[in-house]
Design a protein around this ligand. Structure first.
Ligand code: HEM
Length: 183
């Protein structure tokens, strides 16, 4: 990958990881539960995308997570990672098919191997959108992810703060995994 993709260059490719761990409120078990998961992700480079004077380079991505040997993933995402070399802005826009969209953002240097992106419900730039049901029953207040990249590996650690109807306190819905290059 050329420098045009900045810190995102290290993420391009096909990836798998078996050591994921999710913490969420499980409706079937009526309690907060840790769920180990395996994951596959594909991130494909594109660019530039020109917004007037702004030139973005990005990766379009798909990821899916499974419990054990289950055939259907229990979580999926599609979206874009974007890099603006002129300002050091990194963005990740994605959809979770529960009726949630996220545009998270932050800044990094072109050679960064660790960076953090954030979004908030009602955020001015970096915001979360959700459907009516979730707004009433399980609203997402904030999202934060830290990415660490290495040689043919990368990992993420993310916290989605939820206000769930079933719980008195806010729930940090957390996910982390380490992915290795398979293509
Ligand atoms: C690796 C990433 C993720 C995994 C594996 C994951 C997995 C899960 C699981 C297992 C549940 C519990 C479902 C149930 O048993 O009732 C859940 C709930 C939920 N997740 Fe995630 N999640 C991830 C990321 C996210 C993100 C990034 C967001 C939002 C920005 C999000 C928003 C929610 C919401 C709002 C619920 C509650 C749905 C409801 O109770 O009706 N999740 N997630």
């Amino acid at each position: 990958m050329t420098d045009a993709w900045g810190p995102l260059g290290a993420l391009a490719g096909e990836w798998e990881g078996e050591g994921g761990l999710d913490t969420a409120f499980s409706h079937s078990q009526n309690k907060v539960l840790g769920t180990p998961y395996r994951e596959k992700a594909t991130l494909k480079p594109f660019g530039p995308v020109d917004n007037g004077a702004q030139h973005l380079y990005g990766l379009d991505y798909k990821s899916a997570m499974w419990r054990g040997d289950e055939e259907n993933p229990f979580h999926t995402e599609v979206g874009y990672w974007l890099w603006d070399a002129a300002t050091g802005e990194v963005m990740r826009g994605f959809v979770v098919p529960r009726g949630i969209t996220v545009l998270a953002g932050g800044t990094a240097t072109g050679d960064a191997t660790k960076f953090t992106l954030k979004a908030a419900l009602g955020g001015e730039q970096y915001a979360i959108g959700e459907g009516r049901y979730l707004a009433q029953n399980a609203t997402t207040l904030s999202y934060e992810v830290t990415i660490v990249t290495g040689a043919d590996t990368w990992s993420y650690d993310e916290t989605t703060m939820l206000r769930m109807k079933e719980l008195d306190q806010l729930l940090p819905h957390t996910d982390h995994n380490s992915l290795r290059r398979v293509g």
